[in-house]
Design a protein around this ligand. Structure first.
Ligand code: SER
Length: 358
């Protein structure tokens, strides 16, 4: 185990334990990423929740302040995870750590390590937690529209809003990894150690959402292929020119970060008996890159936006559906996004982004 930037991991004996008992906590991996920023403050607002965070880098102080403890390290580091779980009785895991689709194509084997081996480590240790404290561990796994792989543009246009069980032949390592994570979660929930005499049945309560591209007013994504949406808006708000790396007619679904956090919390809180599947689509809005351009130009008339498609990244976007069918999420746990595209700009993005760059 190698130390993080802080130079040291907290050791097991450094934490005062009340009466020798481990304290109960919710674990968030990838806590320093875009979704971690927003999710952690929402989790910390729940009265009964202590958040233990983990990230490959030190957390920003305003994220760290919401956490009971924060570990710097890698989800592939099984020793670190074991130490962490020896200190806390973890009831719920939000496993956000991942290497996204563009970055993953430059280092596919590393993406596999982080995205699949890291997920496997966490599932295994969560199953051990469940066995030791006698309660199922809830495991929340953000998957992605990257799990889909549509063979060509004509098929994409004809397919429209795809269901969870269609076109599951992803073109990127990230998509392959997310699909693998979904299957691993389902396996740990229903079939783990099927033949072992001493098995604990159903140790994990696995719940996953296939997220579309996510747009935050507060942070910028990095290493993803849906990044052109948020990048265009943030560039215009800063007065910077932006060369969009996909065609004007490229279309995939997006949602705002507050809606994404709401979705993840809602699915986590749903009564298990209402859930008819492990993995759910959620839709927000489904704009073309040209629709982004139009709304950005209306609000920032001096913005300089050009379209200079990168054929590789374009081909990834072309393999993702133009929209998703989220009827199961709506029916099973009451999913309903707050923001359509107009409201996303008017009520969320514009007020916060303009204040941010003023
Ligand atoms: N935002 C992700 C990516 O672009 C897709 O879920 O890789």
């Amino acid at each position: 185990m190698s130390p993080g930037k802080s130079g040291m991991y907290p050791a097991v004996h450094e934490r005062p334990l009340s009466g020798g008992r481990r304290s109960r906590a919710v674990l968030v991996t990838g806590a320093g990423g875009e979704m971690g920023h927003s999710l952690i403050s929402a989790l910390a607002a729940r009265k009964d929740t202590s958040v233990v965070a983990m990230d490959i880098r030190e957390l920003d102080p305003h994220v760290r302040e919401h956490c009971e403890n924060a570990f710097v390290g890698d989800v592939c580091d099984a020793n670190l995870l074991e130490r962490l779980l020896a200190m806390y009785e973890v009831d719920e895991v939000f496993h956000l750590a991942a290497l996204l689709s563009t970055r993953g194509e430059f280092a596919p084997e590393t993406a596999h390590q982080v995205n699949v081996v890291g997920t496997l480590n966490l599932l295994k240790l969560s199953a051990e937690q469940a066995r030791s404290h006698g309660r199922r561990v809830k495991f929340i796994f953000p998957s992605s529209i990257a799990a889909y792989g549509i063979p060509d543009l004509d098929t994409k246009r004809k397919a429209g809003a795809v269901r969870e069980d269609q076109f599951l032949e992803p073109h990127t390592m990230y998509g392959v990894n997310k699909l693998a994570g979904e299957h691993l979660g389902r396996y740990y929930e229903s079939h783990y150690r099927k033949l072992a005499k001493d098995r604990t049945p159903n140790p994990i309560d696995f719940r996953s959402i296939r997220f579309p591209g996510i747009i935050s007013a507060d942070t910028l994504p990095s290493g993803g292929t849906s990044d052109y949406g948020p990048e265009m808006i943030h560039a215009a708000a800063q007065g910077n020119p932006y060369a969009c790396f996909v065609r004007r007619d490229a279309r995939i679904p997006f949602m705002t970060m507050p809606d994404a956090v709401e979705a993840i919390l809602k699915l986590a809180a749903a009564p298990k008996e209402n859930l008819t599947r492990c993995v759910y689509n959620v839709a927000g809005f489904a704009p073309s890159a040209g629709d982004f351009e139009r709304l950005v130009m209306e609000r920032f008339p001096n913005a300089k936006i050009t379209f200079e498609p990168d054929l590789g990244r374009q081909s990834i976007v072309d393999s993702w559906p133009e929209d998703v069918n989220d009827a199961a999420a709506r029916g099973d746990w009451g999913w309903s996004p707050k923001h359509d595209m107009q409201r996303a700009f008017d009520e969320y993005l514009m007020p916060r982004i303009t204040a941010r760059y003023r």
